[in-house]
Design a protein around this ligand. Structure first.
Ligand code: GLA
Length: 365
């Protein structure tokens, strides 16, 4: 009897370490396919993710007084997500997150032309990127796994790619694991495009939040937001976030890079070692006390301050205006296929692309 109760206690504590997971219907896409929404719930965090775009829909956490708020930008209805093909709220962009110049790259001597959807660039995988796909979802312990098969030639990319994204929650930590395999040499770069506002979605700008980015260098861009290839030291520039700085303090400085990005919309070269988890960024919100720490196995992070948000989309708590959300897109550097000096984004048959990013939520008094 005593033994049984010891075993039961052990089983309960193991079970308690994982978030509780449930799922529900979230409506149908215009083509009739059903969308499923998953809820991951731990004592500290409640997170919802859905099959359409393999995206984060909401993350609710307490502030320093225990008051709950949803800290990511999003909508409460599927039709609003379908209408919005601009913001990439919460999605997993793919097959290549961020930009490929002129939608062109060469692999094993052959040039490929991708679907172009931002001037002459391919942004976030092209017109019909992974963000517009209804992934297959399945519950796993403490989370959900989404799967997408992208056929050979999809948006111009070579090779049939099978991609998996796993979201899991344990206590106050969300882990996102990405993996992919291919049947022909191809390129892959996956990330998550969640917009955070630690005071709460719809509460105003993110300019008073404090940012740390664990990077000595960044990749400056040209007028089309394509990296020039240079790795530029951040020291002495508005891009130096090695010590916590208020986001708005220098965002309007007379700086060529800030003008090109209409604010921060750049890739930082992380100091940590690629392939093992290392700190990417830390955001601290003086208003609510909420803190977000991000770690990743990726070599870079795109810090984007919502400079293209213009109030044309609204969520349950108000309008999504200029700079009311921030993204921390862990990734390989933009346009890597056209820069042989950048870490490679090639994936060959027999190899497995694998990448992990974690978000840890806490409060400071
Ligand atoms: C990324 C890009 C931005 C913008 C957003 C989506 O963060 O770097 O320039 O395109 O996606 O609006």
């Amino acid at each position: 009897m005593r033994m049984l109760s010891v075993i039961l206690t052990m089983m309960t504590s193991v079970a308690a370490a994982h978030a509780a997971v449930s799922h529900a219907d979230f409506g149908k896409l215009p083509d009739g396919s059903p969308v499923t929404i998953y809820t991951l719930k731990s004592p500290q965090v409640e997170m919802r993710v859905m099959t359409f775009g393999a995206r984060v829909v909401s993350i609710t956490t307490p502030d320093r007084n225990g008051k709950q708020a949803d800290v990511v930008l999003g909508y409460d209805k599927l039709e609003d997500y379908v209408k919005d093909n601009k913001t990439y709220f919460g999605v997993v962009p793919g097959r290549y997150a961020n930009r490929v110049a002129n939608g062109k790259f060469t692999l094993d001597g052959k040039e490929y032309q991708l679907s172009v959807n931002e001037g002459t660039n391919t942004l976030h995988g092209g017109k019909d990127g992974f963000d517009r796909r209804n992934w297959t979802g399945k519950e796993i312990p403490g989370g959900v796994e989404f799967t997408l098969v992208s056929p050979d030639g999809d948006q111009g990319f070579p090779g049939k790619l099978t991609a998996h994204v796993r979201y899991t929650l344990q206590g106050n930590k969300v882990a996102i694991h990405y993996s992919a395999t291919t049947d022909k040499p191809t390129i892959v770069n996956l990330t998550n495009h969640t917009y955070f506002n630690l005071t709460g979605a719809g509460s105003g700008t993110i300019l008073n939040e404090k940012m740390t980015i664990y990077a000595d260098k960044m990749t400056p861009v040209d007028a089309k937001l394509i990296p020039t290839g240079e790795l530029k030291p951040v020291a002495g520039t508005p891009f130096d976030f090695r010590k916590a700085e208020t986001i708005g303090a220098r965002i309007n400085a007379d700086d060529e890079q800030l003008k090109l990005g209409k604010g921060y919309d750049h890739n930082w070269v992380l100091n940590g070692k690629m392939g093992t988890l290392h700190p990417a960024a830390r955001v601290q919100d003086p208003a609510s006390g909420r803190v977000l720490e991000e770690e990743t196995t990726e070599p870079g992070v795109q810090f984007y301050t919502g400079n293209f948000l213009d109030g044309s989309f609204s969520g349950p708590n108000g309008k999504y205006d200029f700079r009311t959300g921030l993204c921390l897109e862990t990734q390989h550097y933009p346009d890597s296929p056209n820069h042989s000096s950048f870490p490679s984004t090639e994936l060959k048959p027999g190899q497995t692309y694998s990448s992990e990013t974690t978000w840890t939520f806490s409060v400071e008094k």
